[in-house]
Design a protein around this ligand. Structure first.
Ligand SMILES: *[C@@H]1O[C@H](CO)[C@@H](O)[C@H](O)[C@H]1NC(C)=O
Ligand SMILES: *[C@@H]1O[C@H](CO)[C@@H](O)[C@H](O)[C@H]1NC(C)=O
Ligand SMILES: *[C@@H]1O[C@H](CO)[C@@H](O)[C@H](O)[C@H]1NC(C)=O
Ligand SMILES: *[C@@H]1O[C@H](CO)[C@@H](O)[C@H](O)[C@H]1NC(C)=O
Ligand SMILES: *[C@@H]1O[C@H](CO)[C@@H](O)[C@H](O)[C@H]1NC(C)=O
Ligand SMILES: *[C@@H]1O[C@H](CO)[C@@H](O)[C@H](O)[C@H]1NC(C)=O
Ligand SMILES: *[C@@H]1O[C@H](CO)[C@@H](O)[C@H](O)[C@H]1NC(C)=O
Ligand SMILES: *[C@@H]1O[C@H](CO)[C@@H](O)[C@H](O)[C@H]1NC(C)=O
Ligand SMILES: *[C@@H]1O[C@H](CO)[C@@H](O)[C@H](O)[C@H]1NC(C)=O
Ligand SMILES: *[C@@H]1O[C@H](CO)[C@@H](O)[C@H](O)[C@H]1NC(C)=O
Ligand SMILES: *[C@@H]1O[C@H](CO)[C@@H](O)[C@H](O)[C@H]1NC(C)=O
Ligand SMILES: *[C@@H]1O[C@H](CO)[C@@H](O)[C@H](O)[C@H]1NC(C)=O
Length: 469
């Protein structure tokens, strides 16, 4: 019996037997607020004078179409249809109860003139632009204070034409932080699906201060050497579900964040309840990263069925003294790695502060991280796990890990405490104690996982063991 149980699990299991509906979670798909949203009103972007020749700038057409559709927001919402063609545009704002629909062979192209990406305030949880002090460019597709927003289609494309921004970044000629391809701020009920996203100037999809976000069945591509082109960055957001995506970019495939040092601490909006499954990709950075901005806290991250290849790191947690905040209750399971330099990496001394005003005594709390079921071929290091002196990372539980490694010292651990079971190559000394019932309350396992893998006999058997323990 390799699954371990927490008291919470046991209570949830008991609840199952007394038929409590709240204890039963959906198992295989992102939950839908409204599965088949039909918008009663629909217009095509061509009705607003847009020209899909790849040369005409259509910013006004997008803005006018959306302004017009605003009058239907309280009448069931509306759909903006983008037909086949190349629709060059600068930034435009979405509204509530809107579906932006891109047909097959529809391509929205980001303008290569930075004036078409206006400058807006930095995020309060960052205190400044992420890469330069001060304000930042607005994303190509932007939304704020909204509810019920859908960006979907028949595999149409949203192409940021980011290479010009990457060059401006490299030759240090930018005045403000680069824009995202899609940013939704303070929005509830977001679906982004069935599309391809190319060449974002900076992070590709950025939900920040959002709830109930689904990203499903999307392809995100940017060159492996493009700077900071993260795939999806849930940031100070909750109830996020990311499913069945292929992502190949120049920075983290998914990076979960929640604000930067003292700004993130005072904004105090965590990222929590983030589900990721069926993710495939490659990157010069990490498959799933948490941090380095995590000052508002990150918890309840459940990621399963992950396939990363040709990447620098599989799972990475990045933090630093000064961040404060926490990363806890993280469950990663069923990850397959091929040609990856480091399978699991924790970095306590990431550095990288917004300014000199951070409190070096604000130490992050990193605890209850479970990584189960990992296989790897041609991996160099199994784990480089560096906690902080005086701030040990706690209850790190690694099980069923089988990596074929090339380095002679595959594990390197410092300021780490936890348990392990069935790990090859042999794990570092601080994690060598086996996962036994005494540690059931230490290791983190989400309850739905138990429910989907248990039958009554097994459950009763485990309850028995728990009671004995
Ligand atoms: C969003 O709400 C905030 C706070 O109420 C307000 O300051 C801001 O102007 C709003 N922005 C938009 C675009 O509605
Ligand atoms: C978030 O949006 C709602 C409207 O949807 C608004 O009332 C609220 O003030 C906004 N909050 C912030 C912090 O922008
Ligand atoms: C994924 O999106 C494509 C179009 O991009 C669509 O044909 C396919 O049915 C979608 N798959 C699922 C499972 O939604
Ligand atoms: C969508 O288009 C992208 C880019 O052309 C392609 O890689 C991907 O396989 C397509 N997805 C589907 C589901 O057809
Ligand atoms: C920086 O890169 C941009 C875009 O490639 C180019 O237009 C510009 O001339 C470059 N500036 C300098 C100072 O190298
Ligand atoms: C994606 O496309 C498929 C096939 O058209 C459709 O069944 C599914 O509902 C779409 N998914 C979303 C989230 O729009
Ligand atoms: C977690 O988020 C999902 C949506 O992805 C939602 O259905 C579920 O109710 C949330 N769970 C909790 C405990 O809030
Ligand atoms: C993982 O993939 C398997 C096989 O495709 C599927 O049966 C299982 O439900 C998936 N698990 C999750 C959590 O999506
Ligand atoms: C693990 O994930 C892979 C890839 O998504 C899937 O094919 C496989 O069935 C999963 N295994 C289990 C036990 O869920
Ligand atoms: C693997 O990644 C490197 C960059 O790290 C890139 O040059 C190479 O083309 C990638 N290989 C494949 C098979 O994509
Ligand atoms: C680990 O994987 C190798 C193949 O890469 C296999 O030969 C070996 O039996 C596996 N070990 C365990 C304990 O599953
Ligand atoms: C439940 O688990 C027990 C013990 O592993 C096994 O003997 C039994 O066949 C299982 N029952 C079902 C219905 O899967």
């Amino acid at each position: 019996m390799r699954r371990s149980f927490t008291l919470v699990d046991v209570l949830l299991l008991l609840a199952l037997f007394i038929d409590a509906p709240w204890a039963i979670r959906g198992n295989s798909h992102c939950q839908w607020g409204n599965p088949a949203v039909i918008r009663p009103h629909s217009v095509a972007i061509t009705e607003f004078g847009a020209v899909g020749d790849g040369v005409t700038l259509n910013t006004k057409a997008f803005q006018n179409a959306i302004f017009y559709l605003n009058s239907f927001a309280d009448k069931g919402g509306a759909k903006l249809f983008v037909p086949a063609g190349q629709w060059l545009t600068g930034s435009f704002d979405l509204i509530s109860h809107l579906t932006l629909w891109l047909d097959k062979d529809a391509i929205i192209l980001g303008s290569t003139n930075s004036d078409d990406w206006p400058v807006i305030d930095s995020l309060p949880s960052y205190g400044r632009g992420r890469e330069l002090p001060g304000r930042r460019h607005k994303s190509l597709i932007y939304g704020r204070n909204l509810t019920d927003v859908i960006i979907t289609g028949d595999n149409g494309t949203i192409d940021g034409q980011g290479s010009i921004w990457w060059n401006w970044f490299r030759n240090e000629t930018l005045d403000y932080t680069r824009p995202h391809l899609v940013e939704l701020m303070n929005t509830t009920g977001v679906v982004i699906s069935n599309l391809t996203f190319l060449n974002s100037p900076f992070w590709t999809i950025h939900p920040v201060y959002c709830s109930q976000v689904i990203v499903q069945n999307v392809t995100i591509l940017a060159p492996l050497d493009s700077p900071n082109t993260d795939g999806i960055d849930p940031d100070s957001s909750d109830d996020v579900c990311i499913e069945d995506c292929y992502i190949s970019t120049g920075d983290d495939i998914i990076a979960i964040k929640s604000g930067w040092d003292e700004y993130g601490t005072s904004y105090a909006r965590p990222s929590k309840n983030i589900t990721i499954r069926g993710l495939v990709g490659q990157t010069t950075s990490a498959g799933i990263a948490i941090g380095s901005e995590m000052s508002g806290g990150v918890s309840e991250v459940h990621a399963e069925n992950l396939t990363f290849y040709n990447s620098t790191t599989g799972i990475r947690i990045k933090t630093a003294p000064g961040r404060g905040g926490y990363v806890r209750n993280i469950y990663i399971s069923n990850m397959s790695l091929t040609d990856v330099k480091t399978a699991i990496r924790f970095t306590g001394q990431y550095g990288d502060h917004p300014d000199e005003s951070y409190d070096p005594k604000a130490l992050p709390l990193i605890e209850r991280i479970t990584i189960d079921d990992v296989t790897g071929q041609n991996v160099k290091y199994a784990g480089l796990l560096e906690g902080l002196e005086g701030d040990t990372f706690l209850d790190i539980c690694l099980s069923n890990i089988n990596l074929s490694v090339t380095s002679k010292s595959p594990w390197n651990c410092s300021y780490i405490q936890g348990y392990s079971e069935a790990v090859s190559p042999e794990i570092c000394e601080p994690l060598r104690e086996t996962i036994i019932p005494d540690h059931y309350s230490g290791c983190y396992y989400p309850s739905h996982h138990l429910q989907s893998s248990s039958n009554e006999t097994e459950v009763l058997d485990c309850l028995g063991k728990f009671m004995v323990a």
